[in-house]
Design a protein around this ligand. Structure first.
Ligand code: CS2
Length: 513
């Protein structure tokens, strides 16, 4: 516990264990003694999403368990938050003894909740020994992660580990791994060497079959070092699939200001989020928090939930992001409230994504309608450049997988093709006639995309061919499918000549498909 010194900018004492008693009773806060919580989970990628979703639900689960228990000691489900790459938020949280505020922003009101489940924080590049001490500790029963799809180092075509990826190559040579996959495999190797049970590895990222993809990546990495380790992981480690959902925009100064006004304390790392949240988890064995008591669902097969969420919500987000950015919008709400873009997003979900979903009793029409309402939430400023970033990895599960299904079944997919063309245009960093995109997109491949796209930017046909020729993004087979290549060139030409609205007006089934 540190002494409360005032924040130099706001003049307020910082949020910390020492100032926790000063938080007004009107703010929801942990009902247990935060300092007594022992770690049972290591979470890799302790960003805003994790803190607004799993960490918050873990707090609620602890509270339920505690309310039913005979002793006042909280169950051991504290979280060790790990960052592999960026220290910023982690350092701020360290200063606050891991405490932070979640602002639940609905259309009409904002509710605040203080979260105390993050009990330690490790910036892996600075403290590898501390990280691996936690990971080999048998008290850690679950290692969860939100590192985004690009953190899985998968080959775009095979969806197996990209063994040639420079970070993976580097990790294979190092005594101390730095990638998510390298770190997980080292954790499992340490457990195996000591004869300890492995933790459950819980992927909470938005990629198809996230648990299966993670298992394969870990087995592939381990097998490159030691075949028997790969076999042991395949046989003994559980990698449940999950579907996670909550819209969590990047934290802004407005969030920090609102927390300061409400609490009288300075929280440098609050998160804001929509009221909606959903967590569907493939059933697994072993101890875990009572997440089901907080609304999470445990099911034998997550696939139907995952497919509708990835294809409608995350895919729809990309449609809205790339067309919205080209139309000059900044947020999802502004783009969806722009009638042609909102209507296109709905058409995309109902006509092009819904028919590709696995059979289930889910009401997909109602889900699509609910998504439009969630996207329009005026309390949330969800920036399009954030939603659209890393398109080179996101397209695969969100747009290309369903495009493949539609082609196979002979269904036109003009909205999907227009969204892919819009991504290509955004990825060049140029809107038209060399004008830079007002909100540039970040991408792990941005240097490549700008170089390849920039060279062909003024010619729709060359631009489409240049991008289709990138194996980092597209299976080479796509370029040889006439409906795909011609549909993209048609959409790109419409964007090029008349801009977004003309391209949307030109987007009819059977014509640009
Ligand atoms: C978004 C997601 O940025 C993105 O890729 O599509 O973060 C989305 O907001 C969440 O998956 C919602 O659960």
């Amino acid at each position: 516990m540190r002494l409360p010194t005032r924040d130099p900018h706001t003049g307020l004492p910082p949020l910390s264990l020492a100032t926790l008693p000063d938080v007004p009773a009107s703010i929801t806060q942990p009902t247990f003694s935060v300092g007594d919580l022992r770690p049972g989970i290591v979470h890799i990628g302790c960003g805003a999403f994790h803190r607004a979703h799993q960490a918050l639900l873990t707090q609620r689960a602890i509270e339920v368990e505690l309310a039913e228990a005979a002793t006042p000691v909280p169950p051991s489900w504290g979280i060790v938050g790990v960052s592999l790459r960026t220290p910023g938020t982690l350092r701020a949280l360290q200063q606050q003894d891991g405490l932070y505020t979640v602002l639940e922003r609905g259309p009409d009101r904002t509710a605040l909740e203080l979260v105390g489940t993050v009990r330690d924080l490790v910036y892996a590049p600075d403290a590898p020994a501390q990280l691996f001490a936690y990971l080999r500790d048998p008290a850690i029963r679950i290692v969860s992660l939100t590192v985004t799809a690009s953190g899985y180092s998968l080959d775009a075509q095979s969806q197996r580990l990209d063994a040639q990826h420079p970070d993976i190559q580097d990790d294979l040579r190092r005594s101390c791994p730095r990638t998510a996959i390298g770190v997980l495999v080292r954790c499992l190797a340490l457990r195996r060497a000591r004869g300890l049970a492995p933790p459950v590895i819980l992927s909470c990222d938005n990629l198809p079959g996230n648990g299966h993809a993670l298992r394969q990546a870990c087995v592939d990495f381990a097998s490159l070092q030691d075949d028997s380790l790969g076999e042991w992981i395949a046989r003994h480690v559980q990698f449940p699939c999950t579907m996670v959902d909550r819209i969590v925009p990047v934290t802004t100064d407005i969030d920090r200001h609102d927390v300061a006004v409400a609490t009288g304390l300075c929280d440098a790392a609050p998160v804001s989020a929509e009221p909606f949240r959903q967590w569907v988890i493939e059933t697994f064995d072993g101890p875990r928090p009572r997440w089901e008591a907080t609304g999470a669902e445990f099911v034998p097969d997550v696939a139907p939930w995952e497919a509708s969420k990835l294809r409608l919500l995350n895919g729809g987000h990309l449609v809205v992001a790339y067309l919205g950015l080209l139309a000059g919008h900044e947020t999802v709400a502004a783009a969806v409230n722009d009638p042609p873009i909102g209507a296109l997003a709905l058409r995309f979900m109902l006509d092009e994504q819904m028919p590709t979903l696995p059979p289930s009793d889910h009401d997909i029409r109602a889900y699509a309608g609910q998504l439009i309402v969630r996207w329009r939430n005026p309390g949330i400023a969800h920036r399009l450049d954030g939603v659209g970033r890393d398109g080179s990895t996101k397209l695969a599960g969100r747009l290309l997988a369903s495009l493949g299904d539609n082609l196979r079944d002979g269904r036109p997919a003009p909205c999907t093709l227009l969204a892919i063309a819009a991504w290509m245009r955004c990825a060049t960093g140029l809107v038209d006639r060399g004008r830079p995109l007002p909100l540039p997109l970040q991408d792990r491949q941005s240097a490549l995309l700008r170089r390849v796209g920039g060279a062909a930017a003024t010619d729709p046909g060359r631009l489409v061919d240049a991008f289709l020729g990138l194996p980092e993004v597209f299976d080479p087979a796509w370029g040889a499918i006439p409906q795909v290549r011609q549909g993209l060139i048609r959409a790109m030409t419409a964007l090029h000549r008349g801009g977004v609205y003309a391209a949307i007006a030109d987007c009819h089934p059977g014509e640009c498909s």
